[in-house]
Design a protein around this ligand. Sequence first.
Ligand SMILES: Cc1ncc(COP(=O)(O)O)c(C=O)c1O
Length: 355
Amino acid sequence: MKYGRALLRDVEGYVPGEQPAQTDVVKLNTNENPYPPSPNVTGALAALSGDRVRRYPDPVSLRLRQACAERYSYDNADWVIAGNGMDELLALAIRAFVDPGDRILTTYPTYTLYSTLAALHGADVVNVDLDDAFQLPPAFFETPARLCFLPRPNAPSGVCAPRADVEKLCVTFDGVVVIDEAYVDFADDNCLDFPKRFENAIVMRTFSKSFSLAGMRVGAAFARPELIAEFMKIKDSYNMNAASQAAGLAAVEDYAYMEANVAKVRATRERLTASLAELGFRVSPSQANFVLAQWDDSPSARAIFERLKKRAIYVRYFDAPRLDGALRITVGTDEEIDALLDALREILDEGAADA
Ligand SMILES: Cc1ncc(COP(=O)(O)O)c(C=O)c1O
């Protein structure tokens, strides 16, 4: 007899027990922030008392939600839920708003976890192909479903749909629209006002990217109180541990620190984009902390990926339609990006002796 489910998802780039020390490799494969979080975060973690740890945490993460409401100009914490990473909130959205057998709409390409979560729930996913510029095609607005996941900026292209398109979606879509703003702090604009304007809109944020808190697992969703109440009904009693709540709070209260890190990442992103274009890659205009670099020549993108790995430089390669000729590269520090560019120049000079 066979117990359990097939493994539906590799945790991106993670080898259990073998996570290399950050100093040993140039790790540009999981879109982490290359800079540490605000010192207030590490201070708040160090200050956690034995009593705080001995007791159960606040089940509804009230202080963190209040701080988010204040920072992002919502009336009060009823408009916000905090989650154990945005991934938890994505799973809750499916459980709250979709029945097994229902349809979930998203794009292709998109964040791969949506399909995994849908499969675990017994829901069907409709992936509508983005156009050649990774923008939403007309068919996207004509596909009925219970729930829609729209990553904006898109992952893995980094391209942002125009706000007008998201507005059109909220108006025409007869279901709940989750606007996944995991990377939006690196973008020129956002849709944080949409939940106030559209009753079916939910904006989700993660603290893993711009706030440098991937290891702490903090996410937040903003929506009308009626929708937030649906999440609250079904979440685990203590979905956010005491350390994550403290770290998230300290991070959001030191917003300027995050903005300064984001400014550095954006500047490096522009330099990376220009340098990759000089090397002959086609790079989509990214609004995120990564770029998708398409390569139509020899050696193949996969061979370049393997050769970078031999040099201890990790980028992301997708063995998937439309993406198998591309590398997704996280924007690291300037030194890391210099190391990557030097390695790419060497690999391309070595020529087409394809592995
Ligand atoms: C598009 C997108 N949404 C959500 C997430 C999940 O973020 P978290 O680390 O908060 O679970 C990621 C993480 O890579 C992502 O790329």
